[in-house]
Design a protein around this ligand. Structure first.
Ligand SMILES: [Fe+2]
Length: 221
């Protein structure tokens, strides 16, 4: 398991893309599988890595293989029905040029905001590029880049990690599951508007978001 991101560029991990076979016995309980997995982790070491890397952690095999297999099968099952609705936690990147530009996951909540990304499908050349310590003047910036394999995890403090998703190439696909953890979910109403707009624009681009808003305005009239 690699927990160090640093300046390493993690090579793409090969993955069997054949359709997941249904388990022979009962479907494994994901909660139990994840709990069993996390019990094996060296938590003090991971906490230290997270701190040393300026509130950033990468684990290439966070999920147990059987859980990853279920997740990939579910994501593939949804593929035909996927609509690129913004503020949807399962992000599908299916078009050449899909990307997210350089940004912070700024917390507009009253508390801190942590981002957790889980790799689900990666048949792409997309990378999560990042820079550590950009908000810490006592340390030099440290650039890094990871390609998150199915079952891989990235966890960071959104206010501290400058990052982007690099553009997709032709005939590529990438699916990731994104979670947001906040220590205090209260948010001032005007901050909510800014937060929603910012997330939508980061993923879909300025033009598409405003086209949707104009359309909604028209529908309501
Ligand atoms: Fe982000």
């Amino acid at each position: 398991m690699s927990t160090h991101a640093g300046q390493d560029v993690i090579a793409p991990v090969s993955f069997d893309h054949s359709p997941a076979r249904p388990p022979r016995n009962a479907t494994p309980d994901p909660d139990r599988a994840v709990a069993g997995r996390t019990r094996q982790f060296d938590t003090p070491r991971l906490r230290q890595d997270f701190s040393d890397q300026g509130a950033f952690l990468y684990m290439e095999d966070f999920l147990a293989p059987e859980v990853t297999e279920q997740l990939v099968a579910s994501a593939r099952g949804l593929l035909d029905e996927v609509n690129r609705n913004y503020l949807y936690a399962l992000y599908y990147y299916t078009r050449p040029g899909d990307h997210i530009g350089w940004h912070y996951d700024t917390s507009y909540y009253d508390g801190r905001r942590y981002t957790l990304l889980l790799g689900v499908i990666d048949e792409s050349s997309c990378r999560l590029d990042y820079e550590l310590h950009t908000c810490d003047e006592s340390k030099p910036d440290v650039p890094g880049s990871v390609q998150i394999p199915p079952g891989g995890l990235v966890f960071f403090d959104g206010d501290k990690l400058r990052h982007r998703i690099s553009p997709m190439g032709e005939n590529e696909m990438r699916v990731s599951l994104t979670f947001e953890y906040v220590t205090d979910p209260n948010m001032r109403p005007w901050k909510r508007v800014i937060s929603n707009m910012k997330d939508a624009i980061a993923y879909f681009g300025f033009r598409q978001v405003f086209r949707q808003l104009m359309k909604r305005g028209g529908d309501a009239a």
